[in-house]
Design a protein around this ligand. Structure first.
Ligand code: FAD
Length: 459
């Protein structure tokens, strides 16, 4: 098959605009215009798209689930390879490994595996594509205890920047496999399949949630950090600064999601949380039965479609006064917006030695701003709020997670020093001409150099 046999949607096509941004989750749409879009349905389409880009001296960009906040898939001078129509899941009963297409979402994989008594801890938002999610590391369900989702990748299939199909694992093409777990959009090839280790599904999931007025901020934030640290390995813990959608009053919500096999084990795991939560809650839902399907519905409500978004984030230093560092972020959300601020406990996973992979930045505390609004006229106000909050928070951070970052706006560290250097070398080895678009920094200039992996402020 030659490149001409794969359909390319060019800029003069009536379907171009839909192909360019129709699957981009963030409705703050970029003013970047790919040369053409290939809606791949097979590996050959992907190879053909790369060959076409080579012959036309263009770059390639990739889209799996379209959930990159900064729309990294939409790039100038590129052939955009959209994998939305390239779909498969194959589950091997013997190895318990699922081979999935990168466009597969967390929800679709969970639904597929549930009948087999298995699960995979994909993204909290049901429609995030596994492609972008896993390449960044993947802060999936119960990440603090189960580790990064990318640690469950047994192997990948790729098409290289030169258009060659390869298999990669710890033994074969091991440097690409190393990079695939933490390079994010800097991965110098196109993943065509992930081979994922699955885990036993949970028969008893329960959730304890408490909502407090802002007057209780300090007591609640101090408590949630302590309670998360003292929880057993079945519990994921978050605190969220929210705006109550009915009253528009800001609140602090804490939630403890428990993954267990029996009712009694779940009750026992949540007991210390239920008993120790501070008084003064305006809403309590104690040890409520739940399921991943139910949790996905909640995530869908918190992250509505057809809205404008800015995401920002930081790993806060382990020894910081987290309650005070996050006070502004948690308690001054932009009025009238649907924004929320998250603190996510990463302890004890943050204290263990990671496998040898590009992902290498860890701390006990993850914070992220999800600024959500509807109208373009609020863009500047929301952007200014994010910049203002992050200016203070970043000085108490060790770096950030690629998945909730925008390199056009803020520089910071994403990997350990050695891993960051190695990643840029692996990228140059596998893609010396910068065929794959890579990191979208200001002006989209980073190319084969990649990111500096430094804070923009002096330490
Ligand atoms: C509502 C929402 C909720 C989220 N929740 C979570 C969460 O719980 N945990 C978490 O860790 N993250 C979360 N994220 C962040 C999310 O994981 C990232 O935005 C991720 O990049 C999305 O992957 P995608 O495939 O959907 O995005 P895409 O926009 O399709 O891909 C992003 C980029 O990744 C690269 N890429 C994607 N697929 C491939 C491939 N096959 N080969 C090579 N490169 C590829 C490309 O550079 C691409 O531009 C969330 C995002 C949103 C919008």
């Amino acid at each position: 098959m030659t490149a001409t046999e794969t359909k390319v949607i060019y800029r003069d096509s009536p379907t171009y605009e839909q192909a360019r941004v129709g699957r981009v989750f963030n409705h703050r749409r970029p003013k970047r215009y790919p040369h053409g879009v290939v809606e791949a349905t097979c590996v050959q389409d992907i190879i053909n798209a790369v060959q076409l880009a080579k012959s036309e001296k263009l770059r390639v960009s990739v889209r799996s689930g379209g959930h990159s906040w900064a729309a990294w898939s939409v790039r100038d001078d590129a052939i955009l390879i959209d994998l939305g129509k390239y779909n498969f899941i194959e589950y091997d009963e013997e190895t318990k490994i699922a081979k999935v297409s990168p466009s597969t979402t967390g929800r679709i994989l969970v639904e597929h595996l549930s009948g087999k008594g298995r699960m995979f801890g994909g993204g909290h938002c049901p429609d995030v594509g596994l492609g972008g999610f896993l390449l960044q590391g993947g802060m999936g369900w119960n990440c603090k205890n189960w580790g990064w989702a990318c640690e469950q990748i047994a192997a990948i299939d790729v098409v290289t920047a030169d258009g060659t199909a390869l298999h990669c694992n710890e033994q074969e093409n091991s440097d690409l496999f190393w990079a695939a777990r933490g390079a994010g959009p800097g991965f110098p090839a196109i993943v065509t399949a992930f081979y994922l280790k699955t885990r036993e599904s949970f028969k008893a999931m329960k959730n304890s949630t408490f909502i407090y007025p802002l007057s209780e901020y300090k007591v609640v934030m101090d408590w949630v950090q302590k309670a998360a640290k003292e929880s057993d390995e079945s519990i994921e813990a978050v605190a969220v600064g929210i705006i109550d959608p009915t009253t528009q009053v800001p609140r602090i919500l804490t939630s403890f999601l428990c993954f267990q096999q029996t009712e009694s084990a779940a009750q026992a795991s949540l007991a210390h949380i239920n008993a120790s939560h501070p008084p003064g809650a305006i809403m309590e839902a104690v040890s409520q039965p739940t399921s991943l399907a139910n949790e996905y519905c909640g995530q869908d409500l918190a992250n509505p479609h057809s809205h404008r978004y800015i995401a920002e984030n930081a790993y806060i230093k382990n020894d910081a006064d987290v309650t005070e560092v996050l006070r502004k972020a948690m308690t001054t959300l932009p009025e009238g917006s649907k924004a929320f601020t998250l603190w996510f406990s990463m302890y004890p996973g943050s204290r263990r030695e990671l496998p040898d992979m590009a992902l290498s930045m860890q701390s006990d505390h993850y914070m992220a701003l999800y600024t959500v609004w509807e109208k373009e006229e609020d863009d500047q106000r929301c952007r200014e709020w994010v910049t203002d909050v992050m200016r203070e928070v970043e000085r108490e951070s060790v770096g950030a997670y690629l998945g909730d970052s925008d390199f056009q706006v803020r520089k910071t560290r994403f990997w350990g020093t050695e891993q960051g250097k190695r990643l840029m070398e692996v990228r140059r080895k596998w893609d010396p001409v910068g065929r794959v678009c890579g990191f979208l920094d200001e002006g989209d200039k980073s190319g084969v150099e990649g990111l500096e992996n430094v804070h923009e402020w002096q330490e």
